[in-house]
Design a binder for this molecule. Structure first.
Ligand SMILES: NC(=O)c1ccc[n+]([C@@H]2O[C@H](COP(=O)([O-])OP(=O)(O)OC[C@H]3O[C@@H](n4cnc5c(N)ncnc54)[C@H](OP(=O)(O)O)[C@@H]3O)[C@@H](O)[C@H]2O)c1
Length: 290
């Protein structure tokens, strides 16, 4: 099976290359210079050359706060890009596996979000990702949109790495305790995508649609940080854990508003025999690789 991967240098892009290694998959991975997903011409050329069986789109504009002032680029990468990939998927009658986010929701729910729940993004990033979802679903039939959340890995920049840096620099810090979500290890998202690709390869079909995939234990950013510091000390990455205070979102204003509650109901993807990301184990992997 030939898989075309976009965004190969991102967290998910790198983890996907790792999980594919040693499998039967022939992977053709591209960074943003080799394949800019906003260029119809470049996409056309690469796809005609590679002739993939599946397209996996790990490319995205992920700078949530910067997107508030960089709206045009955010929409170009998160909406136009996926729609151009979807056009090619439709033309070749192949699946597009596209990734989206918990930030398509407003966070006002009191129960975990199902994929069919009403969306209402609070910022440009979430709105651009939602526009991407809508264009993909309108353009091709064979798509899986995997919404995920709070992604971390050993690669790139992410919350875990930021907290480890702050933990080394400071004796104490305050972290937001009134936003709840599910940390998700990018290696587990990569494995879930590979499972989907292999199932498609064996059966020639998948239950197309939008799915939620995230970590198995919801927490707050404060709770996540506590776990990061505890495990970092166990792994010898931090000699001492700094004092950790719980603060409110109001005490930590950001340009983009985040959902207060973005926990996912992951039942639908579990029906496809893909279990939630055991994120504490993911954290162990990351800490052992840093
Ligand atoms: N990170 C999170 O917490 C989070 C949460 C929920 C959902 N998600 C979603 O999960 C997916 C993967 O996220 P991630 O954390 O792996 O992202 P990431 O680490 O920021 O990587 C994104 C990649 O996309 C590439 N890219 C940007 N513009 C591009 C373009 N025009 N053409 C081709 N490639 C381009 C970037 O390449 P350059 O560096 O060369 O620009 C980068 O390597 C995304 O769809 C994201 O929206 C992420």
């Amino acid at each position: 099976m030939r898989i075309l991967l976009t965004g190969k240098n991102g967290q998910l892009g790198q983890c996907f290359q790792d999980v594919v290694e040693g499998t039967e998959v022939e992977l053709f991975a591209f960074d943003s210079t080799e394949l800019n997903i906003t260029s119809a011409e470049q996409i056309d050329q690469v796809i005609n050359r590679i002739k993939p069986d599946v397209i996996v789109n790990a490319a995205a504009y992920t700078a949530v706060d910067k997107a508030e002032s960089d709206t045009e680029v955010a929409y170009l990468v998160n909406a136009t890009g996926p729609s151009l990939l979807a056009e090619q998927a439709a033309k070749l009658d192949i699946p597009l596996i596209h990734i989206s986010t918990d930030y398509v929701f407003d966070g006002e729910a009191v129960e975990p979000y199902k994929s069919s729940d009403v969306t209402n993004p609070q910022g440009v990033y979430g709105a651009s990702k939602l526009a991407g979802e809508e264009l993909v679903t309108a353009t091709c039939d064979k798509y899986i949109i995997l919404r995920t959340a709070w992604v971390f890995s050993e690669y790139g920049n992410n919350f875990v790495k930021t907290m480890l840096r702050l933990g080394k620099e400071r004796d104490s810090l305050g972290v937001v305790a009134d936003q709840y979500g599910s940390p998700t290890y990018a290696g587990d998202i990569a494995k879930a995508i590979l499972t989907l690709c292999l199932n498609y390869h064996s059966n020639g079909v998948l239950a197309w649609g939008i799915y939620h995939f995230a970590g198995d234990m919801p927490t707050s950013w404060h709770g996540f940080t506590r776990a990061i510091f505890y495990k970092a000390q166990q792994h010898g990455v931090l000699l001492e854990q700094p004092k950790l205070a719980a603060i409110s979102s109001e005490q930590y204003p950001t340009p983009a508003k985040r959902p207060a509650f973005s926990v996912f109901d992951t039942e639908e993807i579990r029906d496809l025999e893909i279990s939630s990301s055991p994120w504490l184990r993911g954290l162990d992997k990351v800490l052992s690789r840093l």
